[in-house]
Design a protein around this ligand. Structure first.
Ligand code: G3I
Length: 343
């Protein structure tokens, strides 16, 4: 594995290179895997263990063990941790889903941010403070937070996070927020936070795209528009899926449909698709490099194809190939098309 070039080294003068991580990857696999992760990446985002359902199962109960392990792993290997995520409508604890009053939700909201951001103060580099608050048309999603706390909840979340963890960078994160209508909604959120005198340091474009359809022009326009607001721009959950979706432009929030169950490449990715994937990643990284003064981090949503959530979405059991390393951590053509662009 030492003969394989390192992504983080290739782009060390340009932007950070991250992956999402789970405890199983750093504990249960052999030490070679740990070394491999530490060699390729200098940033990491917990894939699930810092979500409220896992961290905060009861009103006064917090379970920090797994999150702590990832934070320690990061400290040991010089990997900066991006906390993910304080306020999200999904993966909520059961007790929050049963809340029906404004006061109770406000109590959860405040306690959760103070406790979690406070615990990792000085230990995580950044937080995705609010995740996926927008609909595709740029309006605010009707989440439990919007319903009970009103549209100021996003600014409130940033204010609380700033108070609990002053030295930590604070981000808004979403998918499809490179698309014009959702981007406009995202810019409105950012302006509202800033107008309230509250700090926001960056915006995350998740980057769950589809092979042959990566929206390069919208991505470039978004980099420019977000950076013009004085924010760092990050690609926070990058993967390029290769399997058919129900409709063109289907997004991660959409429901499964019949043909999404098809599993056309159960054993290997055909060469033509492999080459298209490599070309898509190459074009993306060329764009990131062109704007390296504005793009601060590129994080993949998984170390290798076997880790990817896309094997289980929108239905379980599909064999997907969205990342740069195959199921044995061997570099794919897409890896070489990217790493060669670095120094
Ligand atoms: O932990 C349970 C396990 O006990 C149970 O046996 C198993 C069977 O269903 O489920 C396990 O939980 C799963 C969890 O991942 C941990 O593996 C959930 O079902 C599954 O829904 C969950 O999926 C995660 C998803 O967020 C949840 O919305 C994916 O791993 C994770 O990659 C995905 O990440 C999100 C980002 O946080 C936000 N942006 C979109 C992105 C992709 O959906």
């Amino acid at each position: 594995a030492q003969s394989i070039p390192s992504l983080k080294d290739a782009f060390k003068n340009d932007f950070g290179i991250g992956t999402c991580l789970n405890v199983s990857q750093i504990e249960e696999r052999d030490p070679k895997t740990t070394a491999f992760i530490a060699r390729q990446f200098n940033m990491a985002t917990p894939e699930n263990v810092m979500k409220s359902a896992l961290l905060h199962p009861g009103w006064d109960t917090y379970t920090f063990e797994m999150a702590d392990k990832l934070v320690e792993f990061g400290q040991k290997h010089n990997i900066k941790i991006n906390g993910h995520t304080l306020i999200w409508h999904s993966q909520l604890p059961g007790f929050v889903r049963r809340i029906h009053s404004q006061d109770s939700l406000r109590t959860f909201f405040t306690d959760h941010i103070k406790t979690v951001a406070g615990r990792y103060k000085g230990k995580v580099f950044s937080w995705d403070v609010v995740n996926e608050a927008l609909n595709e048309d740029g309006t605010l999603r009707k989440s439990v937070f919007l319903q009970h706390l009103g549209d100021t909840y996003i600014t409130d979340a940033f204010r609380l996070a700033q108070e609990a963890s002053p030295g930590t960078e604070l981000y808004y994160n979403d998918y499809n927020n490179e698309q014009p209508a959702k981007r406009a909604g995202c810019i409105a959120i950012i302006k509202k936070i800033k107008d309230a005198g509250v700090r926001i340091d960056g915006v995350g474009i998740q980057g769950h795209w589809h092979v042959g359809k990566v929206p390069l022009a919208e991505i470039e326009e978004s980099i420019n528009q977000y950076a013009a607001l004085g924010l760092k721009v990050m690609f926070t959950e990058l993967d390029i899926e290769v399997l058919p979706r129900n409709v063109q432009g289907a997004d991660v929030g959409q429901r499964m449909t019949a043909n999404a169950t098809s599993n056309p490449y159960p054993d290997a990715l055909p060469d033509s698709v492999q080459q298209q994937l490599a070309a898509d990643y190459e074009a993306l990284f060329k764009l990131f490099l062109k704007h390296k003064d504005k793009v601060s981090r590129v994080t993949f949503w998984g170390v290798n194809d076997g880790d990817s959530w896309l094997n289980n979405w929108p239905v379980r059991g599909r064999t997907n190939y969205p990342l740069l390393f195959d199921r044995n951590d061997n570099p794919k053509p897409a890896f070489y098309s990217v790493v060669k662009l670095g120094k």
